[in-house]
Design a protein around this ligand. Structure first.
Ligand SMILES: Cc1ncc(C[n+]2csc(CCOP(=O)(O)OP(=O)(O)O)c2C)c(N)n1
Ligand SMILES: [Mg+2]
Length: 326
């Protein structure tokens, strides 16, 4: 954790709460998947919470994000309603997309969450377009494209770097390098450093410890300020790790292990939430009892939302013609 943190104490607590909300929501989905209760599988964000929370803390509902197949954390970090997400994942009519999209399509236009995306790299062009729209609107909104290390090899990353630098678009390209693209280690599919690529386009770029909420918050503040003030794009490579598999249930179809248990356990030592909790305690921002209370409260809220989603009706076939996206 960064030695000095110039984030107001109330904001630190709110970051901790938001990270915990994502973690508990994802843990609930992991349990529901294991119990065979979900209609499909899910790609969980557990371990990467500091990335989405660190940047979304600087965004309002007027700003845009585009997301990935691993999108629940981005959605909640940007203020998406967990109940509407659970209902969506379970295919219910009160889901955020009417139960028609599922886990990989959580979106809420009213909050600038303009879509998760099952197409790797699919959100990057959308975010560049949103950044252009924001520039034309002239009201200071920005767009953030979340994408993975695997997606960083897609051609659209070069296109977005190029045009956003040329037109000074208010775009933040946020690569979450979690060490793997499905079952391939990053080094086996990505040549060179991801953060090094921005320089070729004149885009300021930074590699950040994505498990350090203070570092993420600070780097994000610089990038968002740059974008808002018309100075153009920034590329952030957030180095992080996913604690769960690429997709829940993968051990059922994978014939070999692609990473060792030792590696996962070692990386769990740098759990962004545990680190932040220890840091909040050490700096006396929160006491142990307060942290436990926050966890209990969020556990209860998540269980209430997930249980309520389970009781929601299925969509009607007729709603296919009249589906309204919020
Ligand atoms: C265009 C496209 N190619 C391939 C896939 C299959 N696929 C799904 S997720 C994934 C890996 C993505 O890795 P990364 O971008 O690092 O994201 P992470 O899963 O690590 O969050 C691949 C190859 C896809 N969905 N879309
Ligand atoms: Mg990855």
């Amino acid at each position: 954790m960064s030695k000095s943190i110039n984030i107001p104490a109330a904001e630190q607590v709110s970051l901790f709460r938001r990270m915990t909300l994502i973690r508990k929501a994802e843990e609930r989905l992991a349990r529901d998947f294991k119990a065979g209760e979900l209609p499909g599988s899910v790609h969980l964000y557990i371990g990467q919470e500091a990335v989405a929370v660190g940047i979304c803390a600087h965004l309002t509902d007027n700003d845009y994000i585009t997301s990935t197949h691993r999108g629940h954390g981005h959605y909640i970090a940007k203020g998406g309603d967990p109940f509407a997400m659970f209902a969506e994942v379970r295919g219910r009519s009160s889901g955020i997309c009417g139960g028609m999209g599922g886990s990989m399509h959580v979106a809420d236009m009213s909050k600038g969450i303009i879509g998760a995306n099952g197409i790797v790299g699919g959100g990057i062009g959308l975010a560049a377009g949103a950044a252009l729209a924001a520039q034309l609107d002239g009201e200071g909104a920005v767009a953030v494209a979340f994408f993975g290390d695997g997606a960083s090899a897609q051609g659209v990353v070069s296109e977005a770097l190029n045009i956003s630098a040329l037109w000074k678009l208010p775009l933040i390209l946020l690569c979450e390098n979690n060490g793997y693209s499905e079952f391939s280690p990053t080094g086996s599919v990505i040549s060179g450093g991801i953060a090094d690529r921005g320089a070729a386009y004149g885009v300021p770029s930074i590699a950040v410890d994505g498990n350090d909420i203070a570092a993420m918050w600070q780097a994000s503040q610089v990038a968002v300020d740059r974008a808002r003030s018309g100075e153009g794009p920034t590329l952030i490579e957030a180095r992080t790790y996913r604690f769960h598999g690429h997709v829940e249930g993968e051990s059922g179809f994978l014939k070999t292990q692609y990473r060792t248990d030792e590696e996962v356990n070692e990386r769990r030592e740098a759990d962004p939430i545990k680190r932040f909790a220890a840091d909040l305690l050490a700096r006396q921002v929160l006491e142990a009892a307060q942290i436990e209370e926050i966890e209990r409260e969020i556990d209860a809220a998540i269980d209430e939302a997930a249980d309520r989603a389970l009781g929601e009706p299925w969509p009607q076939i007729s709603s296919l013609d009249s589906l309204e996206v919020r």
